[in-house]
Design a protein around this ligand. Structure first.
Ligand code: F0G
Length: 463
């Protein structure tokens, strides 16, 4: 069943000025490369990849205006002009009062978690994200999933699977007390759920409830423009608003934010934290010098901050975001028409293959998603990523593996990089692997690093 956007057709609001060649390898080569990489697509060399859908993080194409902005880098250690431009852009498009740059999103997560979380506290959120939860845990907190149940069901068509279940939040507050909940962690959109949006209505309700109890909302705004677009598309009464306006409304409902600028904001590196509370800002400005750099660069080059200011403005343009999500849905619809099991509804930054249904003969302990990502690479040189049991890691207290309900392979689309013809090749390869799925054997893990295992774990084929 196809999923259509309004208006139905879309085209890229740009033409291409510079190209980068990509190379095809042979199947025999790819079998060797993936074995050498321990069947982990993160350990492949990018030169051996044909179409790279590992992530949309730092992989977008910058515009001519962003490249021009690089030439305006004011590489001063302190008080770079580019920092003030970035501060202006964050205030103007996102509305937060204060901003502290960091080298990328997790740099901001580290610092804000240290400031806001005391050991033993609980952080409810609309599903975990790998680095976000780890920094909450390293600061002594415990993450509690309060996303709606629909989000854990890959076939449920609820349009706002990023929503919080207010009853789950209320139950937690009643159980542990508001004083033990420093903030609610809200992601726009929810990556691990398949790139699913939260509705404005739900966020307003979360705001009301947290206000009553004096609890903050910290916004992981990594893909906020994509979430705003889905609100414009799907939420009653929001269809006439611009994406820029909805982005502002989302941010205005929250107290502070962490941002990985490598996604929505169209740059190859960078991040920041932003907040309205002056005291939190003071602490963040002080801690950033310990981990990242002075508070007017936080690990970023001046030129990168300048390109980011331009990228923020471009990221909230309706024509841009419609083409971005339009391309994701083009690929998704092709796969749906071929009967490939996907997480539905289609998300905004990638297509998530449902590995549980794709390889039903494998148990979760045989790493179906990891296996499928490796098979796809062997088939065509398309690189995807595991989002299942490996990504979910282990329980902090018991050390036991977490068993997530979603076992998926993410085909993540870099922004403004690939064409529709590339998407056709990707779809053909997925369909090809699907047709020979019965003969695919699982993997065993032979090396597991302590933190964020999906990045560096190694696997071997099961005998
Ligand atoms: N929050 C979300 C929702 C993310 O998707 C990411 C990164 C981060 C925080 C951390 O930001 O990478 O700049 O430190 N996601 C990448 C991905 C890695 O592929 O989804 P970072």
């Amino acid at each position: 069943m196809k999923q259509t956007l309004k208006p139905k057709s879309w085209a890229e609001p740009y033409k291409i000025k510079m190209v980068e060649p990509v190379f095809m390898t042979t199947k025999a080569d790819r079998q060797r490369y993936i074995a050498e990489a321990g069947y982990n697509t993160f350990l492949l060399r990018s030169r051996d990849v044909y179409i790279d859908l590992l992530t949309d993080s730092g992989t977008s194409a910058m515009s001519d205006r962003q490249w021009a902005a690089l030439m305006l880098g004011d590489e001063a250690y302190a008080g770079s002009e580019n920092f003030y431009h970035l501060e202006d852009a964050v205030r103007r498009y996102y509305g937060y009062k204060y901003i502290v740059p960091t080298h990328q999103g997790r740099g901001a997560e580290n610092i804000l978690s240290q400031i806001l979380i005391s050991p033993g506290q609980y952080i409810p959120g609309n599903m975990y994200f790998t680095t976000t939860r780890l920094h909450q845990e390293l600061a002594g907190g415990q993450f509690v999933d309060i996303i709606v149940d629909e989000a854990h069901d890959p076939d449920n068509l609820f349009p706002f699977k990023g929503n919080c279940d207010l009853e789950k939040l209320q139950t937690l507050i009643a159980k542990v007390g508001a004083e033990n909940i420093p903030y609610v962690s809200i992601a726009t959109t929810v990556n691990m759920a398949g790139g699913q949006p939260i509705s404005l209505e739900n966020l307003r309700a979360v705001r009301e409830l947290t206000n009553k109890h004096g609890i903050k909302i910290v916004h992981d705004m990594t893909r906020v423009a994509e979430n705003a677009f889905m609100i414009q598309q799907l939420e009653e009464g929001q269809g006439t608003k611009s994406v820029a306006r909805i982005v502002r409304e989302i941010c205005d409902l929250t107290d502070a934010a962490t941002m990985s600028s490598k996604k929505d904001a169209l740059v190859n590196i960078g991040g920041f934290m932003a907040m309205n509370d002056e005291q939190v800002y003071d602490q963040a400005r002080n801690l950033v010098v310990v981990y990242e750099g002075l508070h007017t660069y936080g690990g970023m080059a001046g030129r990168d901050m300048e390109a980011l200011s331009v990228g923020i403005a471009e990221s909230v343009e309706d024509t841009h975001i419609r083409a971005r999500v339009g391309q994701v849905h083009y690929l998704g619809n092709k796969l749906l028409e071929a009967g490939i099991p996907l997480i539905r509804p289609l998300g905004t930054h990638g297509i998530f293959l449902n590995a549980t249904k794709f390889l039903p003969h494998l148990s979760q302990d045989e790493f179906p998603a990891q296996t499928l990502a490796a098979e796809l690479y062997i088939d065509s040189g398309v690189r995807a990523m595991e989002r299942g049991i490996v990504s979910a890691g282990r329980d902090k207290k018991t050390g036991k593996r977490n068993y997530p309900k979603l076992e998926s392979v993410r085909l993540t689309l870099p922004r403004r990089v690939y064409t529709q013809a590339h998407m056709d090749i990707v779809a053909e390869s997925v369909i090809n692997v699907y047709e020979r799925r019965a003969g695919i054997k699982g993997l065993e893990m032979i090396y597991e690093p302590e933190f964020l295992p999906f990045f560096q774990a190694r696997f071997a084929p099961r005998a």
